[in-house]
Design a protein around this ligand. Sequence first.
Ligand code: IMJ
Length: 259
Amino acid sequence: MGIMEGKSVLVTGVRNERSIAWHTALSLHREGANVIYSVFSEREQAGVKKLLDGAGITAPIFLCDASDEEQVAHLFQQVSEVSEGKLAGLLHSIAFANKDELGGEYVATSKEGFALAHVSSSFTLVTLAKGARELLKAAGGGGIVTLSYLGAERVVPNYNIMGVAKASLEASVRYLASDLGAENIRVNAVSAGPIRTLAARAISGFDAMVKEVAEKSPLKREVTPAEVGDTVLFLLSDWARGVTGETLYVDCGYHIMGY
Ligand code: IMJ
């Protein structure tokens, strides 16, 4: 009997087989959850369908641009219909910034790029939490998890505007946890170590950086998306029923090191 047996969980942000969201979904399926997918584009919808077919799983895959509040309202109508009006969990795995602002000096960030990164990467958590609230309440409470990165707290070369947006996201986790706690809705972040996903593709010097982080980390290796997925599963599950407002690092211990 899996810990998520009979529970519905909405997973956003799957883009391909390397996505942290996909590995979280695999952990959730393994523990018996009914996973519902929300993706950004039709291309990703076809991609997730293929991944599910390959794994012998059938699940609903809805289309939604989470930065459009009307589309999010429509998404939760559809989610309600396939989940008997009850949701046990939500994974927010969504971020976007202008590619040309993920490099060079942070001081060059444009007003539009600043707003875009915050709306896409941080405000979407607020919109999804608002949309999921009634369904989570109907389930007697549940978990919301988002994904962050060390660049929220420390200066990481090239991360720039995304670091500032992730700082906003982590603060938002705490305010949402405070608002929703009385309804037994918990809100947490997982801060993953660097992983070669689409979100890290073509970032200059990324491969060398992943290697160096692995060497300096207590566990002396790279973190895997499956390890991040299992930690997200834990935070979504009743095993984490006493944990809210937290940012939990899954980075082979890298962030504890001083040098
Ligand atoms: C991204 C940029 C710069 C340095 C980076 C990253 N490091 C890591 C990432 C060190 C680990 C990946 N990451 C944690 C992200 O949050 C990535 C977000 C992102 C990536 C892109 C690339 C393509 C694009 N826009 C993006 N917006 C956000 O056009």
